[in-house]
Write a new protein. Sequence first.
Length: 150
Amino acid sequence: MKVLALFNRLKSLPGGTRLFTLGVCRTAPYFSSISPLVEALEPGYARVSIRKRRRVENHLGTVHAIAMCNMAELAGGLMTDVSIPQGARWIPAGMTVEYRKKAMTDLVAEADGSGIDWNVSGDKQVPVTIKDKEGQTVFTANIRMNVKLA
């Protein structure tokens, strides 16, 4: 719950969500490769955005599949972290993805864990949907998170 408390403390400050995101990227440096912004975070929900820019594009000029995988893991991981009971631990154990449409714009990833029972140990399927600026789904992921209760 330390992560959620920090997010809630910073989100009301000017640039606070950017500062929170920088801290996350400092803790897990690979996420900085997509220059994300954590926009929303609460138990059962997370929203992360990225801007479409050259560093996340593939040879077709669309957002690269692995950049979207990175977004999905960030959103799903943060949501899981703030949803599990205090003292519990989690680790991603697998991810299945589907590329639904070319990602031609800035993107928003939403992880929805509202239907997951976080009070039981074991594997949890965390759904993440990534949409473009027009609200069209371009990518979906199901991340298998292994949760161990204290």
